[in-house]
Design a protein around this ligand. Structure first.
Ligand SMILES: O=C(O)CCC(=O)C(=O)O
Length: 347
């Protein structure tokens, strides 16, 4: 990732509440819009060429709006967008930002992108309530302090048998998650749809060699527990499975349905370890890495209820323990198998 080692030393915590950085909002975007009218409707033989020019023009406008809309705090490299006004929330222009943030994180331009208030607070909290009270909520096999709903690939790959079961039941697990959130869209489905409709690349379900669909849309409840520092990598989790080659990027997408008052921050280290480095940092018989060997994280971010956060899942990252409330999320990974190629989604 194109992040300098100098940033490692630059540890700044993002606190909840007003920030010194001015986030460009909807109204400043509107005033920044070019006042020129779109080109006139093309006619006759030049129709195709005019359509291409018009498309380039709309991309130019979208890029222009993006630079006005997302603020980059260059000292931290974190991208932040929103929160939107109520009428802007479902607009194409706001939804397009999701894809811009995802692309910039996937391309290594930024360690982390935050879309503020993607879900209205009351919707997020109602979705959290459904997750927390669901009868199928169960502990992670290898991190029992965290509860989950759905079928994480990481747990499935323990043996050939559990992996085979995973592929046979993944689509059923997707249906269960959708039923729980209905009539609302499941948060990860909503992101996926916005990326598909307004983004630059297709977003497809990850499939195995037999064409079976992977599960996406894991819901998680962190009671007071956080996670150990770790990396998420499809290529390390799936040595038996052949996908489309080796991933060139893996971005974690998390939607925050409820956040605790104290703690629950995401910590990210400016480090994508090689497999050998990872082995050297590992705690024996654990998914996690030894903090003492890592030093302090380069970025610490506190999400708010309704936010979406994208970060490079191959970077070492962790969740801080919390008090005074639960931390409930809906999450997935977006993987690319070629630079600027389509995304493939799984949890
Ligand atoms: O819940 C979060 O903020 C991040 C969780 C995490 O560690 C992950 O998605 O790999």
């Amino acid at each position: 990732m194109a992040l300098t080692g100098a940033r490692r030393a630059n540890i700044v915590e993002m606190q909840q509440g007003p920030r010194p950085l001015v986030v460009a909002g909807i109204h400043s975007c509107r005033s920044a819009r070019p006042t020129t009218a779109p080109p006139p409707k093309p006619a006759g033989a030049s129709e195709f060429a005019s359509a291409v020019i018009f498309r380039q023009f709309t991309h130019f406008v979208a890029d222009f709006q993006m630079t006005q809309y997302v603020s980059t705090d260059t000292s931290r490299g974190i991208l932040e967008c929103g929160p939107p006004s109520a009428e802007e929330r479902y607009s194409e222009r706001y939804r397009r930002q999701i894809s811009e943030l995802l692309n910039r994180v996937a391309d290594g331009e930024s360690p982390l992108g935050i879309l503020r208030a993607y879900l209205p607070g009351d919707v997020a909290l109602e979705q959290s309530r459904r997750v927390r009270s669901h009868r199928l909520l169960s502990a992670y096999e290898r991190a029992p302090e965290i509860k989950k709903l759905g079928s994480p690939y990481y747990d499935a790959v323990r043996t050939a048998k559990t992996e085979a079961e995973y592929w046979c039941t993944a689509s059923q697990a997707i249906s269960q998650i959708r039923a729980m959130f209905a009539p609302q869209l499941a948060p990860i489905d909503s992101i996926r749809l916005d990326l598909q409709d307004f983004g630059r690349q297709d977003v497809n379900p990850l499939r195995n060699a037999l064409g079976q669909v992977a599960f996406a849309g894991l819901a998680r409840v962190f009671d007071s527990a956080g996670t150990l520092p770790h990396c998420d990598r499809l290529d390390w989790d799936a040595p038996r499975e052949r996908f489309r080659g080796t991933p060139t990027s893996q971005v974690a997408a998390n939607v925050y349905l409820e956040v605790p008052e104290v703690g629950g921050e995401i910590e990210i280290w400016d480090l994508v370890p090689s497999f050998e480095e990872h082995e050297g940092l590992s705690i024996a018989n654990s998914y996690g890495l030894d903090r003492r060997k890592l030093g302090p994280p380069a970025w610490v971010v506190k999400p708010r209820t309704g936010d979406v956060v994208f970060f490079d899942a191959r970077c070492v990252h962790a969740v801080r323990p919390s008090t005074h409330g639960l931390r409930v999320t809906s999450s997935a990974f977006l993987v690319q198998f070629s630079k600027h190629g389509a995304f493939y989604i799984y949890s």
